[in-house]
Design a protein around this ligand. Structure first.
Ligand SMILES: [Zn+2]
Length: 450
C-alpha cells in the first residue's frame, strides 16, 4: 500500500488535501493523472449504463436538499455510527471498531478496547453520531435553516421520480442514474482513500414492479460485477458478501456487497440493495404528494420497488491502481545494462488509462526528428489524451511511461524520415511494431477501445 500511496503522490494521481497546511484526514485531491483516470471510469460507466441502456436516464441533482428529505429517508434518525470517547484524552472512536480490534498496533493500542492515543482503557458509553455534515441554508444560522450535505445521491432520484417518469414517458422497469458528490463525516478514517469524507457515488435507482424485484436484483448483481471486470480488475480479487438480515440498512430487504481484495484486506467496493418501496412511500407521506405509478396494463396505482446498484468512484480508482501495480525486479529489458533496478509497470486497462500514448523523438538533438515528432503529437492530441516527451534516454522514457500506465509509446527515429512510419511499443508486451503515420489513428483506436 505504501508503494501505491507514494506512486500516486510522485506521479500526480492523488495528493492529500491542503497538504501545505499539514493535510486534512480523509480528504484527497486528484491530480492531473488521477482526475483523468476518474473521468475515464465515469465515462465508461455512463456509456455502459446510460447510453447503451434503453430505459435508464441520467440526472444531476443538487448536493443540498430540503431538510425534510432526510427526515423522510430516515437518515436523520438512522445514518449513525456508535461513538465512544476516551475518558482520559477525549479522543473519539467508533465503538464497533474498538471492539473488533481495528486499532491494535496503532499508536499505543496493544489490545481491543484500548485508546491508540493514550493507551487508557476507559471509555464513555456509546452514543449515536450522525455522519451527515450539517450546514445552514441562507444567512440565518438557526435550527429552522439547518440542512445537510447529501450522504448518498439516491434521494434526488426518489424526489424527482415522478418528474422524470412523466417528462421521459417511462414505463416500468426503468432506471434513473446519477454520478455525484457525497459527504460522510466518518469517525474512523485511514487506508489511504478508502474511507474518504467526500467522494463520488455512481448509482442507479432501478424501479420495478413489486414481485419482480428478487429476479431483477440477481440480474443487476451480475451486471454490476461484470462492470468491474471490464475496468480490468482480476476476477480472483472480487467476491460477494451477502449482508445477514440483522445487519441490513433500515430501508433494505437484501444487500450484497461486491468486495475487492485490497492490500489491507477484503473490503467493500460496490453493492446492490433492494430498497423496496421504502423511499417512495416515505417521500409520498412526508411531502403529501402522490408518488405512485399508474400501471397502464393492470389499471392500478402502486409504489414501484427499487433495486439500487451503487459504487464509489474513488474506491474503484483505488482498486484499479492496486490491481494494475506490478513490480519487476531487475527490470524487464534484458538488452540494456542499466535495467538492474526495480521496474514498475501500471497495467491499467487501456480504455481507462489517463494518457493513451506518448510521442518520443529518438534523440532530441536532431531537429528533423523533433519537428516530425511534434507534428505527430499535434495531430494525435485532437483524438486522444497524449504526451510529448524528449528528455532522457529512450529506455528511461519508456520506464517513466510504464510507471503511469501509458499503453503506447510512439518513437520517431531516422527511418521515420524516409518511410513516414514510426515504432509503436506496447506497454504490456514491450513488442515494437512499425506503423504508417497515416494509419496511426485508426490503429490506436482499435487497440485502445476494441
Ligand atoms: Zn485516550
Amino acid at each position: 500500500m505504501d508503494k501505491i500511496v507514494s506512486l500516486c503522490k510522485r506521479r500526480g494521481f492523488i495528493f492529500q488535501s491542503s497538504e501545505i497546511y499539514g493535510g486534512v484526514e480523509a480528504l484527497w485531491d486528484y491530480g492531473p493523472l488521477g482526475s483523468l483516470l476518474k473521468n475515464n471510469i465515469k465515462s465508461h460507466w455512463l456509456k455502459r449504463f446510460v447510453q447503451e441502456e434503453d430505459n435508464i436516464v441520467l440526472i444531476d441533482g443538487a448536493v443540498l436538499m430540503h431538510p425534510k428529505v432526510w427526515m423522510a429517508s430516515g437518515h436523520l434518525e438512522n445514518f449513525t455510527d456508535p461513538l465512544v470517547e476516551c475518558k482520559n484524552c477525549h479522543s473519539r472512536f467508533r465503538s464497533d471498531h474498538m471492539i473488533d480490534g481495528r486499532f491494535i498496533g496503532q499508536g499505543k493500542a496493544k489490545e481491543k478496547n484500548q485508546c491508540p492515543q493514550c493507551g487508557e482503557k476507559e471509555f464513555t458509553p456509546p452514543k449515536q453520531f450522525n455522519l451527515m455534515f450539517k450546514t445552514f441554508l441562507g444567512p440565518v444560522e438557526d435550527e429552522a435553516h439547518i440542512t445537510f450535505l447529501r450522504p448518498e445521491t439516491a434521494q434526488s432520484m426518489f424526489t424527482d421520480f415522478k418528474l422524470v417518469q412523466e417528462a421521459m414517458r417511462l414505463k416500468l422497469p426503468f432506471g434513473i442514474a446519477q454520478i455525484g458528490r457525497s459527504f460522510r463525516n466518518e469517525i474512523t478514517t485511514g487506508n489511504f482513500t478508502f474511507r474518504s469524507r467526500e467522494f463520488d457515488i455512481a448509482e442507479i435507482e432501478y424501479f420495478v414492479e413489486p414481485g419482480q424485484d428478487e429476479a431483477l436484483f440477481d440480474f443487476w448483481l451480475e451486471k454490476w460485477e461484470k462492470f468491474f471486470l471490464e475496468l480490468g480488475l482480476k476476477k480472483e480479487n472480487l467476491r460477494r458478501y451477502e449482508h445477514p438480515k440483522e445487519s441490513l440498512a433500515h430501508y433494505s430487504k437484501r444487500t450484497v456487497d461486491i468486495e475487492y481484495k485490497f492490500p489491507f484486506g477484503w473490503s467493500e467496493l460496490a453493492g446492490v440493495a433492494n430498497r423496496t418501496d421504502f423511499d417512495l412511500s416515505q417521500h409520498a407521506k412526508f411531502s403529501g404528494q402522490d408518488l405512485s405509478y399508474f400501471d397502464d396494463e393492470k389499471k392500478k396505482n402502486y409504489f414501484p420497488y427499487v433495486i439500487e446498484p451503487t459504487m464509489g468512484i474513488e474506491r474503484a480508482v483505488l482498486a484499479i491502481l492496486c490491481d494494475a501495480y506490478q513490480e519487476i525486479k531487475g527490470g524487464r529489458t534484458k538488452t540494456t545494462k542499466s535495467a538492474k533496478e526495480v521496474e514498475v509497470v501500471l497495467k491499467l486497462d487501456k480504455k481507462i488509462a489517463p494518457i493513451k500514448a506518448a510521442v518520443l523523438p529518438l534523440v532530441r538533438n536532431k531537429p528533423a526528428l523533433v519537428k516530425k515528432a511534434k507534428e505527430v503529437y499535434q495531430t494525435l492530441k485532437t483524438h486522444f489524451v497524449c504526451q510529448y516527451d524528449e528528455s532522457g534516454s529512450i529506455g528511461r522514457r519508456y520506464r517513466r511511461l510504464d510507471e503511469v500506465g501509458v499503453p503506447f509509446a510512439l518513437t520517431i527515429d531516422f527511418e521515420t524520415l524516409e518511410k513516414d512510419d514510426l515504432t509503436l511499443r506496447d506497454r504490456d508486451t514491450m513488442k515494437q511494431d512499425r506503423i504508417k503515420i497515416n494509419e496511426l489513428i485508426e490503429v490506436l483506436k482499435k487497440k485502445l477501445f476494441e
